[in-house]
Write a protein that binds this ligand. Structure first.
Ligand code: FES
Length: 397
């Protein structure tokens, strides 16, 4: 089990006095990133698994916005409404499903159409209630992809539509047949710490040294890393450097196993038999990250993705997908392997170690070292991108 410690408030009163802070050791150099505690607007974020949404309303919080998800019994589609009754602010997710295509607030029975959020009936005000049609609850664009419910947080175009959800899903996942397994949970810590942990080069071989997954897969180490940007992804490229260091009393720390397996263009090695879809991606590196907070870890035969969805300042929805581009028997075999092993070893014990760090780490000041190039590249990428920070004022509708 993963050690836990009591949660410390991350906001509120000024931090306890401590030693002097070195200039430049906070996030003021990345002011957009610094403000992005609740993530970015105008993006699609995965919420719960689609099969979890039926007649019963499901409340979710994304980028600080409270949304209730309900499946419309008229069309079978999942709809998203602001989870707050305009009358007196009661969560609609506590409401009743009494009439087709509607949800009724549990307090006074204001009843909203799921499709457009319009107040369709007020049970307690009689059949001719004059307020009907004059009040609406805001709706959110919702789509089902990859077995997940994606919700759009942000502004709509003039014709009232959101950008296609495919813009926020890695292209290879929308263009190929695949089989997947996954986990979806809310974890402690701000989404930025989770994203940085995913792309952090220095931790993999050290923090995860005790993970069983490591017995089957080698872990990357610092190898003269360069970050390249391609198609919106930042890709961590590691040049071929083999090193070993002797630490008295500890032994030798070496990147030899990783170095031997590194997928280099002139030495495909283990990646020579890569799945055609993955080989077609022609990735120059093992780990990549992109907005609004998606990590891709490409193994030769399968790809692990993780989404870091801001919930609130102190919680992140961590969606893990393990994807194999196969059909038929090979797909079934992978599914069995996922459920029997990968789900527990990788999506369980291994990433629980990441969750532990994301939970206990403190906000800046910080003192970075060479492998943290991956973190600063990610922050700079956001500064250079055309993002709209989700602010407290921008929450809700
Ligand atoms: Fe919702 Fe009154 S608070 S109907």
């Amino acid at each position: 089990t993963v050690p836990r410690r009591a949660r410390r408030p991350r906001r509120g009163p000024a931090p306890e006095p401590g030693p002097p802070v070195q200039a430049g050791s906070d996030w003021t150099s990345w002011s957009t990133y610094d403000r992005a505690e609740l993530g970015f607007r105008n993006h699609w974020y995965p919420a719960v698994w689609a099969h979890e949404v039926g007649r019963k309303p499901v409340p979710v919080t994304i980028c600080g916005e409270k949304v209730v998800l309900v499946r419309d019994d008229r069309t079978g589609r999942i709809r998203g409404l602001h989870d707050r009754c305009p009358h007196r602010g009661v969560p609609l997710s506590l409401g009743r499903r009494q009439f087709p295509g509607t949800i009724s607030c549990p307090y006074h029975g204001w009843t909203y159409d799921l499709e457009d959020g319009r107040l369709a009936a007020v049970i307690t005000d009689g059949p001719d209630s004059p307020i009907c049609g004059k009040v609406s609850v805001a709706t959110y664009p919702v789509e089902e992809r990859l077995g997940l419910v994606f919700v759009y947080i942000g502004e709509l175009s003039e014709d009232g539509t959101a950008p296609p959800v495919e813009e926020d899903i890695p292209t290879e996942l929308t263009e190929n047949t695949l089989v997947l397994g996954g986990r979806n949970e809310i974890r402690d810590g701000n989404w930025r710490f989770a994203a940085e942990n995913g792309f952090d080069e220095g931790h993999a071989k050290y923090l995860h040294n005790t993970a069983l997954w490591r017995l089957f897969k080698v872990m990357p180490t610092w190898n003269k890393t360069r970050i390249v940007e391609r198609d919106g992804w930042l890709i961590r490229v590691q040049d071929e450097v083999h090193w070993e260091a002797e630490f008295p009393g500890v032994g030798t720390f070496s990147n030899k196993r990783w170095w031997k397996r590194m997928p280099l263009p002139d030495r495909p090695g283990k990646n020579g038999d890569a799945n055609p879809v993955i080989a077609g991606l022609d990735l120059p590196g093992f780990v990549s990250i992109r907005l609004p907070g998606i990590l891709r870890v490409a193994y030769p035969q399968f790809i692990h993705y993780e989404w870091y969805v801001p919930v609130d300042a102190d919680h992140v929805r961590y969606v893990q997908l393990m994807v194999r581009f196969e059909t038929g028997l090979k797909a079934a075999a992978f599914k069995a392997k996922y459920l029997g092993a990968i789900r527990w070893l990788f999506h369980g014990q291994f990433t629980a170690q990441d969750a532990w760090m994301v939970d206990v780490m403190d906000s800046p000041p910080e003192r970075l070292y060479r492998p943290d190039l991956s973190l600063t590249a990610w922050r700079k990428h956001i500064e250079d991108s055309d993002v709209v920070v989700q602010s407290v004022a921008g929450r809700g509708h």
